[in-house]
Design a protein around this ligand. Structure first.
Ligand code: 13P
Length: 339
Protein backbone atom coordinates (compact mmCIF):
# COMPACT_ATOMS: atom_id res chain seq x y z
CA UNK A 1 0.00 0.00 0.00
CA UNK A 2 1.42 3.38 -1.04
CA UNK A 3 -0.01 5.66 1.64
CA UNK A 4 1.30 8.79 -0.07
CA UNK A 5 -0.64 7.98 -3.21
CA UNK A 6 -3.80 7.44 -1.14
CA UNK A 7 -3.25 10.72 0.68
CA UNK A 8 -2.82 12.53 -2.63
CA UNK A 9 -6.14 11.16 -3.91
CA UNK A 10 -7.90 12.07 -0.64
CA UNK A 11 -6.56 15.59 -0.77
CA UNK A 12 -7.60 16.05 -4.41
CA UNK A 13 -11.10 14.70 -3.69
CA UNK A 14 -11.36 17.15 -0.77
CA UNK A 15 -10.45 20.17 -2.91
CA UNK A 16 -11.96 23.04 -0.87
CA UNK A 17 -14.13 24.35 -3.70
CA UNK A 18 -15.30 21.02 -5.12
CA UNK A 19 -17.14 17.82 -4.24
CA UNK A 20 -18.11 14.43 -5.62
CA UNK A 21 -20.94 13.51 -8.00
CA UNK A 22 -22.42 10.08 -7.25
CA UNK A 23 -23.45 8.68 -10.64
CA UNK A 24 -23.15 5.04 -9.61
CA UNK A 25 -26.81 4.07 -9.57
CA UNK A 26 -27.11 0.31 -10.06
CA UNK A 27 -29.18 -0.98 -13.02
CA UNK A 28 -32.13 -1.38 -10.63
CA UNK A 29 -31.79 2.10 -9.11
CA UNK A 30 -31.39 3.97 -12.40
CA UNK A 31 -34.50 2.21 -13.70
CA UNK A 32 -36.30 3.48 -10.58
CA UNK A 33 -35.15 7.05 -11.37
CA UNK A 34 -36.11 6.65 -15.06
CA UNK A 35 -39.53 5.17 -14.12
CA UNK A 36 -40.54 8.52 -12.64
CA UNK A 37 -40.01 10.20 -15.99
CA UNK A 38 -41.29 7.41 -18.21
CA UNK A 39 -37.99 6.15 -19.64
CA UNK A 40 -36.54 2.68 -20.02
CA UNK A 41 -33.03 2.12 -18.77
CA UNK A 42 -30.69 0.40 -21.24
CA UNK A 43 -26.89 0.64 -21.41
CA UNK A 44 -27.40 3.14 -24.26
CA UNK A 45 -29.93 5.40 -22.52
CA UNK A 46 -27.91 5.26 -19.31
CA UNK A 47 -24.81 6.37 -21.22
CA UNK A 48 -26.69 9.10 -23.10
CA UNK A 49 -27.94 10.47 -19.79
CA UNK A 50 -24.63 10.23 -17.95
CA UNK A 51 -22.73 11.69 -20.92
CA UNK A 52 -24.99 14.72 -20.67
CA UNK A 53 -23.83 15.14 -17.06
CA UNK A 54 -20.13 14.45 -17.61
CA UNK A 55 -19.73 16.60 -20.73
CA UNK A 56 -21.31 19.66 -19.08
CA UNK A 57 -18.92 22.49 -19.94
CA UNK A 58 -17.25 23.91 -16.83
CA UNK A 59 -18.58 21.34 -14.36
CA UNK A 60 -14.99 20.38 -13.53
CA UNK A 61 -14.75 23.67 -11.60
CA UNK A 62 -17.09 22.18 -9.00
CA UNK A 63 -16.46 18.42 -9.18
CA UNK A 64 -13.34 16.73 -7.82
CA UNK A 65 -14.60 13.21 -8.49
CA UNK A 66 -17.36 11.10 -9.99
CA UNK A 67 -18.45 7.69 -8.71
CA UNK A 68 -19.19 5.32 -11.60
CA UNK A 69 -21.10 2.04 -11.87
CA UNK A 70 -19.57 -1.11 -13.39
CA UNK A 71 -21.53 -0.63 -16.62
CA UNK A 72 -20.36 2.98 -17.07
CA UNK A 73 -16.66 2.46 -16.37
CA UNK A 74 -16.62 0.11 -19.41
CA UNK A 75 -18.31 2.62 -21.75
CA UNK A 76 -16.87 5.40 -23.91
CA UNK A 77 -17.49 9.11 -24.39
CA UNK A 78 -16.08 10.86 -27.47
CA UNK A 79 -13.96 7.84 -28.35
CA UNK A 80 -12.21 7.42 -25.00
CA UNK A 81 -13.12 5.34 -21.97
CA UNK A 82 -15.35 7.14 -19.47
CA UNK A 83 -12.65 7.16 -16.72
CA UNK A 84 -10.13 8.56 -19.20
CA UNK A 85 -12.62 11.19 -20.35
CA UNK A 86 -13.14 12.33 -16.75
CA UNK A 87 -9.42 12.27 -15.99
CA UNK A 88 -8.72 14.43 -19.06
CA UNK A 89 -11.19 16.92 -17.61
CA UNK A 90 -9.38 16.92 -14.26
CA UNK A 91 -12.09 14.86 -12.50
CA UNK A 92 -11.04 11.77 -10.54
CA UNK A 93 -12.92 8.59 -11.52
CA UNK A 94 -14.18 6.30 -8.74
CA UNK A 95 -16.22 3.11 -8.71
CA UNK A 96 -19.01 1.54 -6.66
CA UNK A 97 -17.77 -1.91 -5.66
CA UNK A 98 -20.43 -3.34 -3.37
CA UNK A 99 -23.00 -5.73 -4.83
CA UNK A 100 -26.00 -4.20 -3.14
CA UNK A 101 -28.04 -5.03 -0.05
CA UNK A 102 -29.90 -8.21 0.90
CA UNK A 103 -32.06 -9.15 3.90
CA UNK A 104 -30.05 -9.64 7.08
CA UNK A 105 -30.86 -13.21 8.11
CA UNK A 106 -32.84 -13.55 11.37
CA UNK A 107 -33.29 -9.75 11.62
CA UNK A 108 -36.51 -8.74 9.84
CA UNK A 109 -36.42 -5.37 8.04
CA UNK A 110 -32.65 -5.01 8.37
CA UNK A 111 -30.09 -5.22 5.57
CA UNK A 112 -26.52 -6.33 5.02
CA UNK A 113 -24.36 -5.39 2.04
CA UNK A 114 -22.76 -8.08 -0.12
CA UNK A 115 -19.70 -7.99 -2.35
CA UNK A 116 -16.55 -9.01 -0.49
CA UNK A 117 -16.19 -12.20 -2.56
CA UNK A 118 -13.90 -11.50 -5.51
CA UNK A 119 -13.41 -7.88 -4.42
CA UNK A 120 -9.62 -8.00 -4.70
CA UNK A 121 -9.82 -9.08 -8.37
CA UNK A 122 -12.49 -6.50 -9.23
CA UNK A 123 -10.41 -3.72 -7.66
CA UNK A 124 -7.36 -4.76 -9.67
CA UNK A 125 -9.37 -4.51 -12.89
CA UNK A 126 -10.94 -1.17 -11.93
CA UNK A 127 -7.51 0.24 -11.00
CA UNK A 128 -6.24 -0.73 -14.45
CA UNK A 129 -9.22 1.08 -15.97
CA UNK A 130 -8.22 4.24 -14.09
CA UNK A 131 -10.35 4.23 -10.92
CA UNK A 132 -8.60 5.94 -8.01
CA UNK A 133 -11.22 5.49 -5.33
CA UNK A 134 -14.09 3.17 -4.46
CA UNK A 135 -17.41 3.26 -2.62
CA UNK A 136 -19.30 0.73 -0.49
CA UNK A 137 -22.77 1.50 0.88
CA UNK A 138 -24.39 0.00 3.96
CA UNK A 139 -28.05 0.66 4.74
CA UNK A 140 -29.29 1.26 8.27
CA UNK A 141 -33.03 1.61 8.82
CA UNK A 142 -34.74 3.30 11.75
CA UNK A 143 -37.91 1.62 12.96
CA UNK A 144 -39.47 0.06 16.00
CA UNK A 145 -36.67 -1.86 17.75
CA UNK A 146 -34.27 -1.29 14.86
CA UNK A 147 -31.46 -0.88 14.09
CA UNK A 148 -30.16 -3.71 16.25
CA UNK A 149 -26.59 -3.61 17.51
CA UNK A 150 -26.05 -6.92 15.66
CA UNK A 151 -26.93 -5.30 12.33
CA UNK A 152 -24.71 -2.28 13.02
CA UNK A 153 -21.76 -4.48 13.95
CA UNK A 154 -22.18 -6.84 10.98
CA UNK A 155 -22.26 -3.92 8.53
CA UNK A 156 -19.35 -2.22 10.30
CA UNK A 157 -17.23 -5.36 10.01
CA UNK A 158 -17.93 -5.66 6.28
CA UNK A 159 -17.24 -1.94 5.69
CA UNK A 160 -13.90 -2.23 7.50
CA UNK A 161 -12.87 -5.34 5.56
CA UNK A 162 -13.76 -3.62 2.27
CA UNK A 163 -11.76 -0.55 3.33
CA UNK A 164 -8.68 -2.62 4.19
CA UNK A 165 -8.81 -4.58 0.91
CA UNK A 166 -9.33 -1.37 -1.09
CA UNK A 167 -6.38 0.45 0.46
CA UNK A 168 -4.20 -2.58 -0.24
CA UNK A 169 -5.26 -2.40 -3.90
CA UNK A 170 -4.09 1.24 -4.01
CA UNK A 171 -7.53 2.90 -4.10
CA UNK A 172 -9.06 5.23 -1.54
CA UNK A 173 -12.10 3.61 0.10
CA UNK A 174 -15.17 5.70 0.74
CA UNK A 175 -17.17 3.97 3.46
CA UNK A 176 -20.85 4.83 3.27
CA UNK A 177 -23.02 3.80 6.20
CA UNK A 178 -26.34 5.46 5.34
CA UNK A 179 -29.02 5.90 7.96
CA UNK A 180 -32.10 6.02 5.76
CA UNK A 181 -34.33 9.10 5.86
CA UNK A 182 -37.54 7.11 5.29
CA UNK A 183 -39.88 7.03 8.30
CA UNK A 184 -41.39 9.47 10.76
CA UNK A 185 -38.61 9.49 13.37
CA UNK A 186 -37.39 12.68 15.02
CA UNK A 187 -34.18 14.58 14.33
CA UNK A 188 -32.87 13.47 17.74
CA UNK A 189 -33.50 9.79 16.93
CA UNK A 190 -31.64 10.08 13.61
CA UNK A 191 -28.72 11.84 15.30
CA UNK A 192 -28.54 9.16 17.99
CA UNK A 193 -28.65 6.27 15.45
CA UNK A 194 -26.09 8.02 13.23
CA UNK A 195 -23.64 8.37 16.13
CA UNK A 196 -24.26 4.76 17.22
CA UNK A 197 -23.67 3.53 13.65
CA UNK A 198 -20.49 5.53 13.17
CA UNK A 199 -19.08 4.41 16.54
CA UNK A 200 -19.52 0.78 15.47
CA UNK A 201 -17.93 1.52 12.08
CA UNK A 202 -14.83 3.28 13.43
CA UNK A 203 -14.34 0.61 16.09
CA UNK A 204 -13.95 -1.99 13.28
CA UNK A 205 -11.95 0.43 11.08
CA UNK A 206 -9.47 0.63 13.94
CA UNK A 207 -9.38 -3.15 14.56
CA UNK A 208 -8.73 -3.79 10.83
CA UNK A 209 -5.85 -1.28 10.85
CA UNK A 210 -7.34 0.87 8.10
CA UNK A 211 -5.23 4.03 7.59
CA UNK A 212 -7.47 6.98 8.48
CA UNK A 213 -5.43 9.41 6.36
CA UNK A 214 -6.28 7.34 3.26
CA UNK A 215 -10.00 7.01 3.99
CA UNK A 216 -13.18 9.05 3.48
CA UNK A 217 -16.53 8.77 5.23
CA UNK A 218 -19.73 9.29 3.26
CA UNK A 219 -22.73 9.56 5.49
CA UNK A 220 -26.17 11.06 5.99
CA UNK A 221 -26.96 14.35 7.61
CA UNK A 222 -28.98 14.02 10.82
CA UNK A 223 -32.52 14.98 9.76
CA UNK A 224 -36.05 14.19 10.88
CA UNK A 225 -37.59 11.27 8.96
CA UNK A 226 -39.15 12.31 5.66
CA UNK A 227 -42.68 11.48 6.91
CA UNK A 228 -42.29 13.53 10.07
CA UNK A 229 -44.37 16.74 9.67
CA UNK A 230 -41.98 18.51 12.05
CA UNK A 231 -38.89 19.04 9.90
CA UNK A 232 -35.86 20.68 11.52
CA UNK A 233 -34.33 23.97 10.36
CA UNK A 234 -30.96 23.95 8.60
CA UNK A 235 -29.28 25.22 11.78
CA UNK A 236 -30.84 22.42 13.83
CA UNK A 237 -29.81 19.79 11.26
CA UNK A 238 -26.28 21.20 11.18
CA UNK A 239 -25.87 21.19 14.96
CA UNK A 240 -27.27 17.66 15.35
CA UNK A 241 -25.08 16.41 12.48
CA UNK A 242 -21.82 17.94 13.67
CA UNK A 243 -22.47 16.84 17.28
CA UNK A 244 -23.14 13.25 16.12
CA UNK A 245 -19.91 13.24 14.11
CA UNK A 246 -17.87 14.74 16.97
CA UNK A 247 -19.13 11.93 19.18
CA UNK A 248 -18.19 9.12 16.81
CA UNK A 249 -15.67 10.06 14.09
CA UNK A 250 -11.92 10.28 14.80
CA UNK A 251 -10.46 13.75 14.33
CA UNK A 252 -7.65 12.24 12.23
CA UNK A 253 -10.09 11.37 9.42
CA UNK A 254 -9.44 13.91 6.63
CA UNK A 255 -12.99 14.36 5.44
CA UNK A 256 -16.68 13.60 5.48
CA UNK A 257 -18.71 13.78 2.26
CA UNK A 258 -22.46 13.88 2.74
CA UNK A 259 -25.07 12.05 0.68
CA UNK A 260 -28.34 13.83 -0.07
CA UNK A 261 -30.58 10.91 0.92
CA UNK A 262 -33.75 12.03 -0.85
CA UNK A 263 -33.68 15.62 0.44
CA UNK A 264 -34.59 18.23 -2.18
CA UNK A 265 -31.67 20.02 -3.78
CA UNK A 266 -32.47 23.18 -1.81
CA UNK A 267 -32.75 21.37 1.50
CA UNK A 268 -29.51 19.42 1.05
CA UNK A 269 -27.70 22.58 -0.08
CA UNK A 270 -28.96 24.74 2.80
CA UNK A 271 -28.09 22.01 5.30
CA UNK A 272 -24.58 21.63 3.83
CA UNK A 273 -24.05 25.38 4.11
CA UNK A 274 -25.19 25.39 7.77
CA UNK A 275 -22.94 22.41 8.53
CA UNK A 276 -19.95 24.27 7.07
CA UNK A 277 -20.85 27.36 9.05
CA UNK A 278 -20.30 25.29 12.18
CA UNK A 279 -17.33 23.31 10.80
CA UNK A 280 -15.31 20.60 12.51
CA UNK A 281 -11.89 18.95 12.55
CA UNK A 282 -12.60 17.40 9.11
CA UNK A 283 -13.33 18.77 5.64
CA UNK A 284 -17.13 18.69 5.24
CA UNK A 285 -17.98 18.19 1.57
CA UNK A 286 -20.60 16.49 -0.60
CA UNK A 287 -21.14 13.36 -2.64
CA UNK A 288 -24.72 13.83 -3.79
CA UNK A 289 -26.60 11.83 -6.40
CA UNK A 290 -30.25 12.89 -6.41
CA UNK A 291 -29.79 16.47 -5.18
CA UNK A 292 -27.30 17.18 -7.99
CA UNK A 293 -29.04 15.25 -10.75
CA UNK A 294 -32.78 15.66 -10.08
CA UNK A 295 -33.53 18.80 -12.06
CA UNK A 296 -31.17 18.00 -14.94
CA UNK A 297 -32.69 14.53 -15.31
CA UNK A 298 -36.19 15.99 -15.44
CA UNK A 299 -35.22 18.49 -18.17
CA UNK A 300 -33.23 15.95 -20.19
CA UNK A 301 -36.12 13.49 -20.04
CA UNK A 302 -38.68 15.96 -21.35
CA UNK A 303 -37.32 15.53 -24.84
CA UNK A 304 -36.17 11.94 -24.41
CA UNK A 305 -39.68 10.78 -23.56
CA UNK A 306 -41.37 9.31 -26.56
CA UNK A 307 -39.45 11.49 -29.01
CA UNK A 308 -38.33 9.80 -32.18
CA UNK A 309 -34.79 11.15 -32.02
CA UNK A 310 -34.75 10.10 -28.37
CA UNK A 311 -34.59 13.85 -27.82
CA UNK A 312 -31.25 13.54 -26.13
CA UNK A 313 -29.66 16.26 -28.16
CA UNK A 314 -32.54 18.71 -28.00
CA UNK A 315 -32.60 19.35 -24.29
CA UNK A 316 -28.95 18.69 -23.50
CA UNK A 317 -27.95 22.37 -23.24
CA UNK A 318 -30.88 23.20 -20.91
CA UNK A 319 -30.23 20.11 -18.77
CA UNK A 320 -26.51 20.91 -18.57
CA UNK A 321 -27.25 24.50 -17.59
CA UNK A 322 -29.41 23.28 -14.69
CA UNK A 323 -26.78 20.71 -13.68
CA UNK A 324 -24.01 23.32 -13.71
CA UNK A 325 -26.07 25.78 -11.66
CA UNK A 326 -26.98 23.31 -8.94
CA UNK A 327 -23.43 21.94 -8.78
CA UNK A 328 -22.07 25.47 -8.42
CA UNK A 329 -24.54 26.22 -5.62
CA UNK A 330 -23.65 23.05 -3.73
CA UNK A 331 -19.95 23.81 -4.13
CA UNK A 332 -20.54 27.28 -2.63
CA UNK A 333 -22.47 25.67 0.27
CA UNK A 334 -19.54 23.31 0.80
CA UNK A 335 -17.43 26.44 1.40
CA UNK A 336 -20.12 28.10 3.55
CA UNK A 337 -20.29 30.86 0.95
CA UNK A 338 -23.83 30.58 -0.36
CA UNK A 339 -25.43 34.00 -0.08
P1 13P B 1 -28.14 10.44 -2.79
O1 13P B 1 -27.35 11.71 -2.71
O2 13P B 1 -29.20 10.43 -3.81
O3 13P B 1 -28.59 9.98 -1.43
O4 13P B 1 -27.14 9.31 -3.28
C1 13P B 1 -25.88 9.21 -2.75
C2 13P B 1 -25.36 7.84 -2.95
O5 13P B 1 -24.32 7.66 -3.51
C3 13P B 1 -26.14 6.71 -2.42
O6 13P B 1 -25.34 5.56 -2.40
Amino acid sequence: MDINQLKQTVSALLNPTKGILAADESSKTIQKRFDKIGLTSTPQTNLAYRSMLFTTPGVEQFLSGVILYDETIRQEIEGVSVPKYLENKGIIPGIKVDKGVVDFANFPAEKITEGLDGLRGRLEEYAQMGAKFAKWRAVITIGEEIPTQTCLEANAEVLARYAAITQNAGLVPIIEPEVIRGGSHTLEKCAQVTAQTLKAVFERINVHKVALEGLLLKTNMATAGEDNPKQATADEVAKATVDALLESVPKELPGVVFLSGGQSADMATDNLQAINNIGGPWQLSFSFARALQGEALEIWARSARGARRAGKEKNVPAAQKAFLEVTKKVSLARQGKLS
